[in-house]
Design a protein around this ligand. Sequence first.
Ligand code: B12
Ligand code: SF4
Length: 655
Amino acid sequence: MRVVFVDNLLFEDAEGIRRYILQPHLGLISLISVLEAAGHDGLLFDPKVEICRGNLAMDRFLYRNIAAAILALEPDAVGFTSLGCNFICTAKTAGYLREARPDLPIMLGGPHATVLDQVILTTFRQFDVIVKNEAEETIVSVVESLKRGTFEGVPGISFVSNGTFKTNSGNSLIANLDNLPIPAYHRYPIMELGLTSLRVDAGRGCPFQCTFCSTASFFGRQYRLKSADRLRRELDHLNAIYGVSDFSLTHDLFTVNRRKVLEFCDAVEGRGYTWKCSARQDCVDDELLARMRKSGCTSIYYGIEAGSERMQKISKKKLDLGIFEKTLSTTQRLGMSATVSFITGYPEETKADQDATLELIGSCFDKDLSPLNVQLHLLTPEPGTALLTQYQNDIAYDGHISDFNFPTLELDDGTVISSYPQVFINHHYFPAALPRDRHIFVTTIYQHLYGLGFPLLRYVLRQFRRNFANLIDAMDDWRTRRGRSPQADQCTVEDFFGDRFGRSHHIAGLVRYMLQATELRRRSSNELLRHNRRSNGDEPSLSLSSRSALVLGVPDCSQILELLSDDRASSIPSDLLSRRYDFLLCLSDHDKNHVVNFKLNKPSVAAFSYLFEPRCKADWLTFETSTGYPAPPEEFLMEYLARGVLEVAGDTLAS
Ligand code: B12
Ligand code: SF4
């Protein structure tokens, strides 16, 4: 059988910028590998790759287009994986597949479907079968049963037969992950994408039971880690085939078993690999961190979740916040980067609890010893969590799309989502002590404030008694008085600082500059596989490219930001603060995360401003009369077209 497995379409938060991260789905390539060993053919379809290739767009035709692209692979069966955050995309795409090929068997698996098998199968008839839990030990018999057309006796699945929901027991957790074959990485375009880092399935399960997290229900709180020897073999294999030596060890909580982690460190040390993992701060210590660092660990993800002891207790995360500062400092001192992730929106969270979280976040802006990524997320109701069991009758829907949720694309998406709250639970929200608007504002404004970067945030906080909660309060107060939406965007940040300090104030200028630079970096993430079309010699309409932006009337921001990054610089010379310039910002050709700037003279500002709209040759005849400057020579336009500052109209990056 030729089975096409379909990955999720979702963004991820990487260093404060939402991107499509292109990596093979570890569960699906594991299943493909098992199927291949049994003589079947397994393909992996990743919609993110197709978006980055420019073959799919985030528009109202997306679901139909994904279905068409899957059919073009001529499958005998299709298997969707599922996460709650984008299940609307999965369900609708499967619906279009069913419409186009009613005879094509469609499987569904993954955490969301495992927990919600009954309601999904009885609501969305496009799915023939849900394969529950970890599926390596069952997938072959499921696929073979698709050929036979009967699911009776197949372990670990749910299906509907003659209108009745049925579920077969079986497929418990895989006790020894070492028995699994090496996942089918060859089914992902690793070389085409030029991937220099790969995710590796290190193990599964977490013994803790935080009330907001569904891991415990999916993996039965059973922590398992592949043996050090097996993991080393897996890394060696990927290194030999793809030349990759940087790995992201995927596991809910890699460091639960100290002894096993030390064994892993021993096994990989000296092989020239670098690796990242996730940890609880109370599941590491100085000695372990030093050992991890020595064996190649470069980055650790710490889920902190709340800055108040009270919420730590209520959410059963039970992390001792007293170790936060020390653990983070040790991690950074050893030269590792870190991500610390926080949540707001808990039902019981008070203003004091939220302030404590914001203050802890604010304290992180002082720590740029090594790269630190500080995330703040809006609590999402997840199926299979204790929190949802407690509040399931009180959840509500208002259409807000959080950073964890997929946007609505088709006209009826919102109606479908609100009609089936149990299935689309992730799009809903819990009742809470704090107003919903406050949660939306805090989490959306945070995404944009974060783009200002630590040096500027530190500088700005000086105006707010060095307290991040004070800044957020001032902004929330301002937006309420102005009657602005709680859904904050870049303009909210720009307008707040403009109103507060005056548009020509150096802080407002620095904020505008950094917002634009971050926006360019965000756009660059989708550029991966696009190739800018260059002029074809006809008369092209040119416009300022989506890789560039103008920032006008601001101080010499890069010089000031450099001073602000240097802790020893106590003040900024006043003439540096008072002079104003016009800048063209542009993504560097060499490093997509790097933005370069050019100071512009007035005629260049006029020319680039004119190019906000697409202009053809004839338009330039009126340039001088409308701007007062002579039209730029053709070489000027061609040079900037070649540099990517200008583009042929219509050839923009997805935003
Ligand atoms: C890596 C990871 C991610 C990655 C990639 C996820 C992915 N695989 O697509 C990223 C960083 C993108 C991610 C993001 C999120 N994640 Co996440 N993530 C994980 C993590 C830690 C590992 C996933 C993994 O590789 N597992 C190992 C593989 C082998 O298992 P698997 O993917 O589940 O696949 C097996 C089975 O599920 C099944 N299966 C899966 N699909 C299919 C399909 C078919 C047809 C069949 C037959 C079987 C099958 O067979 C596979 C092999 O056994 C898991 C926890 C965990 N340990 O699994 C959480 C987990 C999947 N994430 C979860 C969540 C909630 C999220 C987020 C929504 C946010 C959050 N609160 O953490 C975000 C949302 C995305 C966004 N918009 O930003 C939940 C999912 C809950 C749910 N019901 O949807 C999990 C279970 C953890 C948890 N905290 O509860 N995540
Ligand atoms: S939040 Fe982290 S520690 Fe808590 S149950 Fe989930 S994976 Fe385990």
